[in-house]
Design a binder for this molecule. Sequence first.
Ligand code: NAD
Length: 326
Amino acid sequence: MAAVRPILSNQYFLVTFCRRSYSAKADKNVAFLGLGNMGGFMAANLVKKGFNVTGYDPSSEALSAAAKHGVTGASSIAAAVEAADVVVSILPSNQVVLDAYLGKDGVVAHAKKGSLLIDSSTVAPSVPKQIHPVATEHGHQFIDAPVSGGVMGAQNATLAFMAGGDKAHFDRSAPLLQAMGAKHFHCGAAGAGQVAKLANNMLMGITGMATAECMNMGIKMGLEPKVLLDVLNNSSARSWSTEVYCPVPGLVPTAPSSRNYDGGFKNELMVKDLELASGMALGARSPIPLGAVATQLYRVVQSRGYGHKDFSYVYQLLREELQNKK
Ligand code: NAD
């Protein structure tokens, strides 16, 4: 027994050492796809934390903005991913993500075998479920890892990541997720991250709409807006929407409502996420009466031409409706 022990511990040392050096050393080269409002800051944070980042975005403005933060520009997805250990993407829609990964010039066809692929876009859970088996067949590791925290969270590296996929692949992604965010959760198999993200955003849309409606009602009845908000924040209706994101201008100085509803989470993105969540709920035959009303209400805001404003602009729509009825 005494002779066996050192061999076992040497083996243990070798395995541990190899694992450690694998994630710390091998995963230095990152390809980043989608350098928009979110991706631009996320790629910059990876550079700050010592990763070598090559980025691709069809927008030359996005590419040159990222270059100022140390991101090397590539001329195509294939060129960006060919030497990468890890690919991170944050893209606008289901179809763009499917094309970027599964298209003939896409990630799966051109990434090195053994690469870790992390998609942080908000898309339908069916998208990662489609990509995961094809990526695995090509010798890659794929996780969906959508984010919460908005553009400020991307800038300050305080995002929350909710991931779906194999646990070992999620563990491998940890150094990158930590470089771009403050929290990360493994939610289950491929697509589970998107389910968590869409549930979160539907609840955020519903509570935002409900806060706007009840603040409007109380103010209309003659209450001081600040008094009403103080009551809500110290009572059973308290939520993120009342505490951090009050839709009534001037009550929470850091909320988008206090800067003309600019620089927040755009109403059009809320509509997109509610539509994705509604599709998911329909497939699961899960009733979403409140989610359905919220989807319609935010759609009305968009059709009135305010899709570019923060989603808390819904308060202005409700105010307007009441004023018109006077
Ligand atoms: P954005 O429109 O600012 O950025 C998307 C970028 O992707 C653009 O620069 C676009 O040119 C680029 N792009 C389009 N096709 C591409 C391709 N084939 N390859 C590489 N790049 C491509 O959008 P955003 O606000 O950064 O949001 C991106 C994703 O993140 C969306 O899925 C959104 O729902 C999600 N999200 C956004 C926020 C937010 O607050 N903005 C918060 C959480 C999640």
